[in-house]
Design a protein around this ligand. Sequence first.
Ligand SMILES: [Zn+2]
Length: 433
Amino acid sequence: MVCNKVVKIALICDQIDKDGKDVNYNDIYKLLWDLQKQTREAKNKVIRLCWEWSGYSSEYFKTHEEYPKDKEIFGISLRGYLYDRIKGDYNLYSGNLSQSAEIAYKEYKNSLKDVLRGDKSIINYRENQPLDIKNKAIQLLYENDNFFVRVALINKDKQKELNFKDCSVRFKLLVKDDSTRTILERCFDEVYTITASKIMYNKKKKQWYINLGYKFTKEIDKTLDKDRILGVDLGVINPLVASVYGSYDRLIIGGGEIDKFRKRVEANKVQMLKQGKYCGDGRIGHGVNTRNKPAYNIEDKISRFRDTVNHKYSKAVVDYAVKNNCGTIQMEDLKGITQNKNERYLKNWTYFDLQTKIEYKAKALGIEVKYKNPKYTSQRCSKCGHIAEENRPEQKTFKCVKCGFKVNADYNASQNLAIKDIDKIIEQYYNKG
Ligand SMILES: [Zn+2]
């Protein structure tokens, strides 16, 4: 299975000219701005040409009762014609320009029906267009423990004008964490293959970035069993419990680190309140920005923490599924009851985010993810199927009033979720009365 991914890395200018002199980074940024503008213009021109062709086609149809063939009209394909019409107008490297043209052409085609129906206006690319970079235009370099890229960006004319050695510009990659470094090492060692990428400007950070595309083939040594289901319950006592039906082994993710984090955040809030740095509702301070800043920081921190933790938890779930040869994961469909669920282990915590991450990681490994109506999964005895509110003498315990089966309540719910078509089984149970 091929996995396509993107990693975002900040770029630092590292260009020398033909004579070996350093090129001022301001000149490079100016060049990038200019190329960005040109990319936008080129793409908008492609859209205009496509639109003209559509108009011509429908006129042609009225008189000929058939649509014109691009090769008969232009002598080449429509795509070839589009590229011919734009190639002389810009300083962009030819491979990148043809990629931009291709992207615009595809987006035009995909939107055409909606445009003709009047549901959408015709595409108009705006100022923040990324530079489209063809995979062949990127060369990854590794020198003195640092990674660099040479990216072909300009045509011959521009190269001469700028006195560059060739059509590329060299950047140092600002590698901020180990996972990015690992990705780059694998690209450099050709374990991963670099694919089409983009260079874009981040206004907030005032920084240029490359969204480096890469792909790799993932070997799964065994085919996972589609009928073996991992039931994942987002629980009362524990944030998450997962198990395979009939197995006492289970994956439990405790809420310890989340509780700790919450307490720390709450304590910080109190501290800030005391210092007048944190303003709750209804308090008036000295201007919106100063007033809200510390509060925003807290929100940022929470969301970063949640992101990290949910990545870790979702990975644990998917690893557990693979270890147990499960080709399917079943989770609760949280639509409509999200609010309640969030109360369970951390206010404003999103189980939804956790599920999204599990689904994303599972799919990458070919594991199917199904969502089941969670109604009654916590009250149903996973052993005999009896459903009763009385089966839950207390929050953490499940004890079946019919067969006496007694287990941890979250585990019991995960067992129910590990049953194929559990929703239909519960429906039948009630239909029989
Ligand atoms: Zn029972």
